[in-house]
Design a protein around this ligand. Sequence first.
Ligand code: MTE
Length: 312
Amino acid sequence: MYFNRKTFMRGVVAAASVATTAAVYRRLNGKSEAAVEAPKLAGLEAPAVSAEAAAADGYRIDEAMTPLASVTHYNNFYEFTTDKDGVADRAKDFSTKGWQVTVDGLVGKPRVFDLADLLKISPPEERIYRMRCVEAWSMVIPWAGFSLSKLLARVEPLSAAKYVAFETLLDPARMPGQKTGVLDWPYIEGLRMDEAMHPLTILASGLYGRELPAQDGAPVRLVVPWKYGFKGIKSVVKISLVAAQPKTTWNLQAPDEYGFFANVNPKVDHPRWSQATEQRIGESGRRATLMFNGYGKQVASLYSGMDLRANF
Ligand code: MTE
């Protein structure tokens, strides 16, 4: 009975979110830029390479950025609420004081980083990425962060490390959504080692030149632009290098709907909706979804010879 109810509720949540996306984007589109309250991000690097080189790397795409108001007021962060419009308000008092990130597992130098030390690994760079949610809406977000590979290099991965597992903070007092059973907590995610080492995979600590707002995953979250947005785990406290493919939250919830790889793929539909097109928040009309979210040139080789329908 419990699992049936859970499955039913998941269906309701997903169907409602697809149905309301169009209405919500119209409303958000009319909103002026939200007052920016987050402090300016320290040390944001002036771009070291030309716009052309950045575009070729996929680091900064040349597409209209989604307004800040939408990036910060249309969120998926179930630790606070399943209501996309409500996350910002529910998360507004979230404190990241004393934040630490443990990096352990199959590494030569496991370490617990204080946030400030973690962020010192490399100055943040601006990365303007598409983000395609599995629910078929998308945004273009100017993140600030650095390649996860730089952190992994610090802890000296052992050759037995084949995957990287990530965990969000577990603290129901600070994240009230964790008092509900809507997901199994803590939120967990994973990448294959080569995906984790790819330069496009970043740990983001800011957006729009400011510190990451709580609703977007403060103080530090993962961004993997060629994968569906749910791979971008927020408010990370633990990163473990492991030998076997780690379990992931959405795959545990609905294994037939959300795979481990979750590469954006317009040819592999979700069982309950098409993935061929998407609603770019702030635009009218739908646009075609791109293979690997438009990052095929950079990442397709990671999957050569793999059946992407079976490994969805
Ligand atoms: N991380 C945690 N811990 N909890 C979540 O509910 N939602 C995911 C992902 N990371 C989620 C999460 C989903 S479904 C998406 S689409 C993106 O965050 C949304 O990121 P945004 O709200 O910053 O746009």
